[in-house]
Design a binder for this molecule. Structure first.
Ligand code: SAH
Length: 349
C-alpha cells in the first residue's frame, strides 16, 4: 500500500483510487493536514477564494416519510408542525435578494399539502419576480412528471441526497416503503430533465461502514452531480436512532477533501450539520475543500421547528445576522463570499 503522501498525489493526479487505497485513506489514523492542503490547492486552482451562498428557506416540516434518522419524520408526534404561506416564502426571497442572495433553496419535508400545482405556482412567482436568480428545490422523491412540471415552472436546481449508496445500509436507515432504487431513479430523472443536481450523504450514520462510504463515492462517480452535500449524522432524541452516537467531524472533513480531489469542479457546501458539531466546523470544511455556504433565510419563528437533528445552529438569528455571521466566518477562513448565481464550473474540453 502506498504511503499517505503517495495516495494524495495519486488521488490529485488521477482523481481516483482503488477501493483498497480509499479504504486505507478513510481508515487511517493521524493528522490530515497534507490531504487538506492538496484539496485547498485544487479548489483554489478552479474556484480561487470564491465561496457561493445559497439562501435556505425551510418552508414546511410536515413529512409523510419516516426515515429513522430524521427529526421531522412522520411518527415524531412531539414535532410541532408548520408550513409557510406563499407570501411568507416570497418575503424570504425578497429579504434574501436584498442581502445579496441569487440562489434560493426551498427545502421541506415531503408534505402532501404542497401539491405539484402549489409548488409550481410558488416557483413561477419566484421566477417572475427574480429572473436573475437560481431556484433550487429540495422536496424529496417525486414522479418524473412532477419534476418536469417544476422545471417548466422555472426551477433549475434540485437537491436530493442519496443518503447511502449501499442497498443494505439504505434498508437500515429507512422503512421498507422507501428504496434506494427509487432514490436513484429520481436523481437520474432530474439530470435528464436538465436540472443541476445535488446529491450527497450523511457521514457516520448508524451502521455505516467504510465500504458504504466507498460505495457512496462510486455512486457519485456514476451520477456526476454538480453539488455534493455531506455532513455528519447527528442524533435526534425523538427518533428510533436516539441511542446511536453522532458522526465525526474528522471523518467528514477527510471526506470533503477526498471529494474535492475526486470531483475538482463540484460545489461542496460546508454544512450546518458540520457547524453544529464543531464551533469552527464550517471554516474547517472550507479549508478542506468546501466552497458553498447556505445561510438560513427562513422566518426566525419557525427555525427551531425545522428540527432535523439535536442542537441545530442558526435558529435564533435574523437572516441578515446569519448572512453577516457567515461572511465573517468565510473571511476568517481565508475566502470570500461572492454575490452570484454560482454555477459549478466546467472543465475546458
Ligand atoms: N425531504 C427532503 C429534505 C430532507 S432534509 C429530502 O428527502 O431530500 C435534508 C437533509 O438533511 C437530508 O437529505 C439528510 O441527509 C439530512 N438529515 C436528516 N436528518 C439528519 C440527521 N439526523 N443528521 C444529519 N443530517 C440529517
Amino acid at each position: 500500500m502506498p504511503a499517505f503522501c503517495e495516495l494524495i498525489e495519486k488521488l490529485s493526479a488521477e482523481r481516483n483510487l482503488t477501493d483498497e487505497e480509499l479504504k486505507a485513506l478513510l481508515e487511517r489514523e493521524g493528522p490530515d493536514d497534507a490531504l487538506f492542503e492538496a484539496a485547498d490547492r485544487r479548489r483554489r486552482e478552479i474556484y480561487g477564494d470564491e465561496v457561493y451562498i445559497r439562501g435556505l428557506i425551510e418552508f414546511t416540516n410536515y413529512c409523510r416519510n419516516n426515515c429513522y434518522y430524521c427529526g421531522i419524520r412522520r411518527d415524531n408526534r412531539s414535532a410541532e408542525r408548520y408550513r409557510l404561506t406563499p407570501e411568507q416564502i416570497l418575503f424570504c426571497c425578497e429579504e434574501g435578494y436584498r442581502l445579496g442572495f441569487r440562489t434560493f433553496v426551498l427545502q421541506g419535508g415531503e408534505d402532501p399539502y404542497f401539491t405539484d400545482e402549489r409548488v409550481c405556482a410558488i416557483v413561477s412567482e419566484i421566477r417572475a419576480r427574480f429572473p436573475d436568480c437560481a431556484i433550487t428545490l429540495s422536496i424529496g422523491e417525486k414522479s418524473r412528471e412532477s419534476y418536469q412540471a417544476f422545471f417548466d415552472a422555472g426551477a433549475n436546481r434540485y437537491l436530493l441526497r442519496h443518503e447511502t449508496a449501499s442497498e443494505q445500509h439504505y434498508g437500515k436507515l429507512h422503512p421498507a416503503e422507501l428504496s434506494l432504487a427509487n432514490r436513484k431513479r429520481c436523481l437520474f430523472d432530474l439530470k435528464e430533465i436538465g436540472y443541476q443536481v445535488g446529491s450527497g450523504f450523511m457521514v457516520g450514520s448508524p451502521y455505516q461502514t467504510t465500504d458504504c462510504l466507498i460505495e457512496d463515492l462510486r455512486f457519485l462517480q456514476q451520477l456526476q452531480p454538480d453539488m455534493i452535500g455531506i455532513g455528519p449524522y447527528i442524533t435526534h432524541r425523538e427518533t428510533p436512532f436516539a441511542s446511536f452516537p453522532s458522526g465525526s467531524v474528522e471523518l467528514t472533513l477527510r471526506l470533503l477533501a477526498i471529494l474535492r480531489l475526486m470531483f475538482p469542479y463540484a460545489l461542496l457546501p460546508a454544512t450546518t450539520a458540520l457547524g453544529t458539531l464543531h464551533p469552527q466546523g464550517r471554516e474547517l470544511g472550507m479549508k478542506a475543500g468546501a466552497n458553498v455556504v447556505m445561510p438560513n433565510l427562513s422566518p426566525t419563528d419557525v427555525r427551531k421547528l425545522y428540527d432535523l437533528y439535536d442542537n441545530k445552529i442558526c435558529t435564533g438569528e435574523e437572516s441578515a445576522q446569519c448572512r453577516g455571521c457567515l461572511e465573517q466566518r468565510v473571511r476568517s477562513a481565508g475566502y470570500r463570499i461572492v454575490t452570484a448565481v454560482g454555477n459549478a464550473r466546467r472543465e475546458q474540453p
